[in-house]
Design a protein around this ligand. Structure first.
Ligand code: BG6
Length: 493
């Protein structure tokens, strides 16, 4: 599915935490794919830096192994791997001391090229790295900083983090990754909305009944219990990925695809979200925590058996109803849900249109079902527009519900690029459209904090749901209370 390949100018990517999990599973494989496609110009360098003592050669071996383990067999090309890992260098250094910084400074040298500093380390070290980069004169006009969530655990800590990196880097140099924005279908949502005249006139409360955003995973906490138990689904998924999706659905058409135009519009949406706090959290939110069950017929343990704190009240499932208080969306609820250990892995956005205003057909024609647009982010990326047609054939007029189905894999073939491929090179290209701006991150926390406070102020615990189910029954009630149902693919057939 990869389209036109435009090489980027030679760069230096410095990955702090270069031997860590993110680097191994995501960053190195993504850069390899871009290199294999011919997008990385010779002379570019990828410099791993962490506390481990490794030689350049050992780090090249680490990178080669990472590619062989995390890239599909058909993409493995040993000649291309050899070329690619030839770009790798390694410096052993410490964020908290001078160790290794002179060596890094010397390796980077004086050439005026784009340098991206990727902090693939915990947020508690962001400040130390930014400060040392500054102290060693490594922040230049064309230097960029890349950071990932968690950007804070609440508004105050997010502000503190933004402030500390903002002390040394201008906002235009900071790239805050939300990898959902790098997903193909998420970008397709913008293409669908703003490259077609068809949808935009309908994209409002006059025609849309409600919106659903579901991000369901079959995985549990996968050895990340220490982090996850402090975050839960609300901080781990809703504050960033789900709210970003909501913003892209709900925002006004930006003036252009330029970073600030898009982010200005997303920010306005976040600021229009009706607050959820202790006065209305009970009606608008549902929390769940999985108990033992099964995924695909394989028994899986309860959440509490996967983490240390056996009395934890962390929610692994959240459903909520968000209202956007502006002219376009007044009265159109956005139902969001996300959970671990769901029956299937699916991420999708459903735009449910209102029913046709008047029925001219007889009872024999059957029920007319309202139009629905489904954007499937993963798996099986694609877009389905559900419409009513006449059931083909002779006889009376009978209506049938069918989908205009655009599966990206069937239509375009090839593989779908991983989100990091796009994002890592956007940093080099200096394109901030798919990255979160400081004020956006803070506005998202401003809306999330009162929800967490409301939960913490009650004695109510998250409802248990069996691993492998769609969350607690209260999630169904949240939406059925409004005479609506969660979208399930089989409903349509
Ligand atoms: C991450 C969360 O941001 O997104 C994980 O920390 C989650 O808990 C992951 O599993 C989901 O990403 P994807 O791309 O697999 O849907």
């Amino acid at each position: 599915m990869t389209s036109q390949i435009i090489p980027v100018e030679a760069f230096d990517y410095v990955v702090f935490g270069g031997t860590g999990d993110l680097s191994e599973r995501k960053l190195i494989p993504a850069l390899y794919r871009r290199s294999a496609d011919g997008q990385i110009t010779a002379g570019s360098r990828i410099i791993g830096a962490s506390r481990a003592e490794l030689s350049h050669e050992e780090f090249r071996k680490f990178a080669g192994d990472a590619i062989r383990s995390h890239v599909s067999a058909e993409e493995i090309d040993e000649t291309k791997i050899a070329d690619f890992i030839g770009m790798f260098y390694y410096i052993s250094l410490d964020a908290k001391s001078d160790k290794g910084w002179a060596a890094l400074t010397e390796l980077l040298g004086d050439e005026d090229r784009v340098r991206a500093y990727y902090l693939a380390v915990g947020p508690s070290l962001f400040g130390d790295f930014a400060e040392r980069l500054h102290a060693n004169g490594l922040i230049r006009e064309r230097s960029r900083l890349v950071i990932e969530k968690p950007i804070g655990t609440d508004l105050q800590s997010a502000r503190d983090l933004n402030k500390i990196v903002g002390k040394y880097f201008h906002e235009e140099q900071i790239y805050r990754i939300d990898h959902y924005l790098g997903k193909e279908t998420v970008q397709n949502l913008m293409a669908l909305r703003f490259a077609n005249a068809l949808y935009e006139p309908l994209w409002n409360s006059a025609h849309v009944d409600h919106v659903q955003i579901t991000v369901a995973e079959t995985l549990g906490v996968e050895g990340r219990g220490g982090y996850y138990d402090k975050s839960g689904a609300i901080r781990d998924m809703v504050q960033n990925h789900l709210l970003q999706l909501l913003c892209l659905v709900a925002m006004e058409p930006p003036a252009s695809m330029d970073g600030d135009s898009v982010r200005d519009e997303k920010l306005k949406v976040l600021r229009c979200l009706e607050p959820i706090n202790s006065s209305n959290a009970a009606e608008n939110t549902v929390r769940g925590q999985y108990s033992a069950g099964a995924n695909d017929g394989v028994a899986v343990p309860a959440y509490l058996d996967e983490i240390e704190d056996k009395g934890s009240n962390t929610a692994t499932f959240v459903a909520l109803k968000a209202n956007i208080q502006n002219w376009r969306w007044a009265g159109v609820p956005f139902y969001l849900r996300t959970g671990k250990r769901m029956p299937t892995r699916v991420s999708e956005i459903v735009i449910q249109f209102k029913p046709a205003p008047h029925n001219i057909f007889t009872e024999d024609a059957g029920n007319s079902i309202s139009n629905r647009l489904v954007l499937r982010l993963q798996p099986d990326e694609g877009v389905k527009q559900w419409i009513m047609i006449k059931d083909p054939g002779p006889g009376g007029m009978r209506l049938r519900h069918v989908s205009l189905d655009m599966s990206f894999a069937d239509s375009f073939g090839g593989r779908s690029p991983d989100a990091y491929e796009r994002l890592l090179l956007d940093v080099i290209r200096g394109n901030q459209t798919l990255f979160m701006r400081r004020d956006e991150v803070e506005a998202a926390w401003k809306w999330i904090d009162p929800i967490i406070e409301a939960w913490e102020s009650t004695d109510e615990k998250p409802k248990k749901y069996v691993a492998g189910s769609w969350g607690p029954s209260d999630s169904v009630k949240l939406i059925s209370h409004d005479d609506r149902t969660w979208h399930e693919e089989h409903d349509e057939e």
